[in-house]
Design a protein around this ligand. Structure first.
Ligand code: PLP
Length: 354
């Protein structure tokens, strides 16, 4: 397939103030778009000016939520070059989500090259301040106009970009986590491991309740027994428990996070034993109390590593350590961001330079 590059007509002035960037609010001048028709496959791939779409009110995505997306970042290095972190992993996960949602797969190499070309054209939007990056949002939606529950025959796949500010502006801050004993995010056999919009819509109610009670995030338990910790908002959870790293196994209910994968590789190299096993909420609460649970942190593209300061479950809140980010949490944060920003060697082949 050819990638058509359309001329840009009305470029914006660019980033006004890197210190004032708000996540997901300002988008760059161009976007990647391609279309799919069954029988014809993907076609009309192009990089075009960023613009609203016209879609039919009966478009199936609007009624039955056949939608998937990804989230990854590009980073500015000190020599002014631009690097992406494990982009092929995101493209592969995009196709895994597509399969689960009965949507057409994309040609991974073509899609990745198109994303790289889009970022090359939009390179002036990759910010330079410490901790900033360009967030990349690949998306696929069902556009066929038809009321009826079945996989659509027409799709739109697009990629938009937004410059994002440093997540931790006043230093890395621990979060207060609410463990939900009522709401669930994903059940075995459901769509938890797919990155599809419906999972996030389903999480809003509990997240709003948590926010109203003064918590930062919801930690989801398994749907069957409501006993084992799974993941948080848009992060996987890792625990330093009895000196070992414990994290929920990937059994279909948890997203296979790329930051999780990277963190686990680095932790193995640092000499830690990894236990991918069911960790119960009782172990978490008691462990924080008796010191067996030393540190806990979330991993995800947006935050990289997010230390947990306290867990609250039913009527009890427990603080982890002294409520400050743990030593290992900080070590891992520095290692991962060091690789992403080119300050530490990339020994794993995780960096793709533009
Ligand atoms: C539900 C969920 N879990 C975990 C993650 C972390 O995944 P990653 O490290 O690939 O960003 C995300 C973010 O994409 C997410 O949405």
């Amino acid at each position: 397939m050819n990638l058509e590059i359309q001329p840009l007509t009305n470029p914006q002035p660019g980033i006004e103030d890197e210190n004032k960037l708000v996540f997901g609010k300002q988008f760059t001048d161009r976007m990647f778009v391609m279309e799919y028709d069954s029988g014809k496959g993907w076609h009309s791939a192009r990089i075009q000016p960023y613009a609203p779409f016209t879609i039919d009110p009966a478009a199936m995505v609007l009624h039955y939520s056949q939608e998937i997306f990804e989230g990854l970042k590009a980073f500015r290095h000190a020599d002014d070059s631009i690097a992406m972190f494990r982009p092929a992993d995101n493209v592969a996960r995009f196709n895994q989500s597509a399969r689960r949602m009965c949507m057409p797969e994309v040609d991974e190499q073509f899609f990745l090259e198109s994303i790289l070309e889009l970022i090359r054209l939009e390179s002036r939007w990759v910010p330079r301040n410490e901790g900033t990056s360009l967030y990349i949002r690949p998306t696929m939606i069902a556009t066929e106009a038809m009321l009826g529950v079945r996989p659509a025959d027409q799709y739109l796949c697009y990629v938009i970009l937004c410059p994002v500010g440093a997540y931790y502006k006043g230093g890395i801050a621990p979060v207060k986590i609410w463990i939900s004993d009522h709401y669930v995010r994903a059940a075995e056999g459901g769509t938890g491991e797919a990155k599809t919009g419906g999972n996030y819509a389903a999480s809003l109610y509990a997240a709003r309740e948590a926010a109203l009670k003064g918590y930062d995030q919801v930690l989801w338990l398994d749907a069957k027994e409501k006993r084992y910790v799974e993941e948080v908002g848009s992060m996987n959870m890792l625990f330093l428990y009895d000196g070992k790293i414990v994290t929920s196994p990937l059994q279909g209910t948890v997203l296979d996070g790329i930051t999780r994968r990277s963190a686990l590789s680095l932790l193995v190299e640092m000499g830690y034993k990894i236990e991918e096993r069911a960790l119960s909420v009782d172990e978490v609460m008691a462990g924080a109390d008796n010191g067996r649970l030393q540190e806990a942190f979330g991993t995800g593209t947006a935050v990289v590593i997010s230390p947990v300061g306290s867990f609250c479950y039913q009527d009890t809140c427990v603080q982890l350590g002294n409520g400050q980010p743990g030593e290992l949490t900080m070590q891992l944060y520095n290692k991962l961001t060091g690789i992403q920003y080119g300050q530490q060697p990339d020994n794993h082949g995780w960096i793709t330079k533009l």
